[in-house]
Unconditional design. Structure first.
Length: 54
C-alpha cells in the first residue's frame, strides 16, 4: 500500500502504521479512510494529500 503526504505540512500517512490516535488501525489504505478524515498534523482534508514517491 502506498504512503501519502500532506501537501500543506508534509505529514505522511503510512498504511502500515495507520492513524491510531484518530481510530485508524494499521493496514487501512489511504483510499479506504473515511471521507471526513483529516490530517492529524494540520487538519486539512484528504484532497490535500498526494502519493508519496520514494
Amino acid at each position: 500500500m502506498d504512503k501519502y503526504v500532506c501537501t500543506v505540512c508534509n505529514w505522511v500517512y503510512d498504511p502500515a502504521v495507520g492513524d491510531p490516535d484518530n481510530g485508524i488501525e494499521p493496514g487501512v489504505a489511504f483510499a479506504d479512510l473515511p471521507d471526513d478524515w483529516t490530517c492529524p498534523e494540520c487538519g486539512v482534508g484528504k484532497d490535500m494529500f498526494e502519493p508519496l514517491s520514494e
